[in-house]
Write a protein that binds this ligand. Structure first.
Ligand SMILES: [Zn+2]
Ligand SMILES: [Zn+2]
Length: 134
């Protein structure tokens, strides 16, 4: 059987991969698109619920964030309050891509970002990024 999983990042030289243990990339067990939000069940049992609009506003794609400066270009007022993720797909083993109800789909959310943005009380108390930027 396959001895090891190698991340599908063609730009990374092989030697680089050796330095980054695979366990540094958070792994998920399940993703559920629910009315109340996007639920991600992580390996190890942690559960994150993201309000749909919260993740839509954090889209990092070239339409929403200026590529070179990182300047936000997405006007939050242009995102409907009832925006929803209609579908999702896995990008390699390291990210998720969502199809939003406003037709937007180009954003790639790495598992590392999603894990860091967890809005649950436990993670906020640990001083996650979500806590400081809300
Ligand atoms: Zn975007
Ligand atoms: Zn959490």
């Amino acid at each position: 059987m396959c001895a090891r999983l190698v991340l599908d990042r063609h730009s990374q030289p092989r030697e680089k991969m050796e330095e980054v243990p695979l366990k540094a990339v958070p792994e998920f067990q399940d993703v559920q698109l629910r009315d109340e939000g996007i639920v991600i069940l992580w390996k190890g049992g942690h559960r994150s619920i993201f309000p749909h609009r919260y993740l839509r506003l954090r889209c990092q794609c070239a339409h929403c964030v200026e590529e070179w400066t990182g300047r936000p270009m997405l006007d939050p007022d242009s995102v409907p309050p009832d925006i929803k993720a209609l579908d999702y797909m896995e990008v390699g083993r390291y990210a998720l891509q969502f199809l939003w109800s406003d037709g937007h789909y180009t954003g790639i959310y790495t598992l590392e970002q999603l894990r860091r943005w967890c809005t649950c009380l436990e993670c906020q108390e640990k001083g996650g990024e979500a806590a400081s930027s809300l």
